[in-house]
Design a protein around this ligand. Structure first.
Ligand SMILES: *Cc1c(COP(=O)(O)O)cnc(C)c1O
Length: 214
């Protein structure tokens, strides 16, 4: 995509999002120049779903970018992003969280994390149940180098907007219930196809790729 079309897409998405909602530009498979183009227009948060891609792009781009890990993260890859990652959206096990804590300690950091919750009616999506998430929240004090700041969820990939809305609503209710106790600040829900519904249902952070980059 040429840079004027990219900028037009970016502006349409970012102007359509309330100021209170944070836009993560999902830049997987995009060359560094495309990220630079929307960086120049003001974007500072980029989401990648592969560790290697994030590690390769980071040195090519400005240092004040906040890199978010949004994809399935293997424990043996955590060490590569621990020095710099700003937020990990996809924590789906205590084992992974324990490894993030260990690598954050090695880097003298506290790494912000979201627990990924399974809300879709599909076998292909994954994440924690509400009960598992509550168990992990209750023992996070034993992991001083991570901070759980909220939840991430992906709705079913379906044209049924009522179903998508209902799935987001369930996660939003869980988030609102636990927010006061655990001082949560972030509810990451919504992608290109469903971020408007997600915002209506209380999302505070949307992850948008194809609507920006094509
Ligand atoms: C790719 C991806 C997105 C963005 O998807 P689009 O439909 O391109 O907006 C959001 N979240 C996750 C976890 C992704 O892997």
């Amino acid at each position: 995509m040429d840079s004027s079309a990219l900028l037009k897409n970016y502006k349409a998405v970012s102007d359509g999002i309330p100021a209170s909602v944070i836009l993560v530009a999902v830049s997987k498979f995009q060359p560094a120049e495309a990220l630079q183009t929307i960086y120049n227009a003001g974007q500072r948060i980029f989401g990648e779903n592969r560790v290697q891609e994030m590690v390769e792009k980071k040195p090519l781009l400005p240092a004040d970018i906040q890199w978010h890990c949004i994809g399935t993260l293997q424990t043996n890859k955590v060490k590569y992003i621990a020095p710099f990652v700003a937020l990990i959206h996809s924590v789906d096990s205590l084992k992974l969280l324990t490894e993030i804590n260990k690598q954050a300690q090695k880097n003298n950091r506290v790494i912000d994390c979201l627990l990924e919750i399974f809300i879709a009616q599909e076998e292909t999506k994954h994440g924690l149940s509400f009960a598992e998430a509550e168990e992990i929240l209750a023992l996070q004090a034993t992991l001083p180098h991570i901070r759980i700041t909220g939840f991430m969820g992906m709705a079913s990939n379906t044209a049924n907007k009522d179903q998508v809305r209902a799935e987001f609503r369930t996660l939003s209710a869980f988030y609102l219930k636990l927010s006061p106790l655990y001082k949560l600040s972030t509810l990451s829900m919504g992608m290109s196809g469903d971020y408007k519904i997600a915002i209506e249902e209380g999302s505070t952070m949307v992850r948008v790729g194809s609507s920006i980059f094509g």
